[in-house]
Ligand binder design. Structure first.
Ligand SMILES: O=C(CO)[C@@H](O)[C@H](O)COP(=O)(O)O
Ligand SMILES: [Co+2]
Length: 216
């Protein structure tokens, strides 16, 4: 069954621990934490102090999505803060192989994210080193955007590559996911669905999580 990772970007930041409990009780599998620096993307969110303050408030693993320039400068801070998965953007660092292996050697699961226009070929020589690939299905920076339909083809193409090269890698899809488009995204090959606004702007987050998990 597909896993669901609610993004706290659309949660009420004034009471994050209650907001996290809501999705934990609603059956979430991971907690997706969007870190934005105002440079790599045109928005600023939160950093390591907020993440470490949330550790211990939930048993959900922390799926930290870094949308920051020069992520290598800050990796140790995110590890100390309690990240379980750290995903970096291919477009944000020159030394991707070094960074991914640094994360892995620290005992953290490394993920690599691709912006919608970045080709899959940028991952060709890194497939033995990573735990997860995050396909951005919106341009990163904001919650509440519309899913880019062309990304279904990208997910299908990636699934084919992974099955040939390293079937262990998980495919996470992030941006504009809701109950209506989830079946197609799952059919295309997604293992983990990130959803922010669909879950947090709903009056019943647990119901949305359940519908995403059982979509087919
Ligand atoms: O990384 C990002 C945005 O850059 C995402 O994780 C969004 O926060 C998902 O929000 P929705 O598109 O589901 O509202
Ligand atoms: Co994200």
């Amino acid at each position: 069954m597909v896993k669901v990772a609610p993004s706290i970007l659309s949660a009420d930041f004034c009471c994050l621990s209650e907001e996290i409990k809501k999705v934990e009780n609603g059956g979430a599998d991971l907690l997706h934490i969007d870190v934005m620096d105002g440079h790599f993307v045109p928005n600023i969110t939160l950093g390591p102090p907020v993440i470490s303050s949330l550790k211990g408030k939930t048993y959900l693993p922390f799926d930290v999505h870094l949308m920051i320039e020069n992520p290598e400068k800050h990796i140790d801070d995110f590890i100390k803060a309690g990240a379980d998965i750290i995903t970096v953007h291919v477009e944000s660092t020159v030394h991707l192989n070094r960074l991914v292996n640094y994360i892995k050697n620290k005992g953290i699961k490394p993920g690599v994210a691709l912006n919608p226009s970045t080709p899959l070929s940028s991952l060709q020589y890194i497939l033995d080193d990573i735990y997860m690939i995050l396909i951005m299905s919106v341009n990163p920076g904001f919650g509440g955007q519309k899913f880019i339909p062309k990304m279904l083809e990208k997910i299908r193409d990636l699934k084919r590559v992974i099955l040939q090269e390293n079937p262990e890698i998980l495919i996470e899809v992030d941006g504009g996911i809701n109950e209506e488009n989830a079946p197609d995204i799952i059919k295309a090959g997604a293992d983990i669905l990130v959803a922010g606004s669909a879950i947090y702007l709903s009056s019943n987050p647990g119901d949305v999580i359940e519908k995403l998990k059982t979509a087919h």
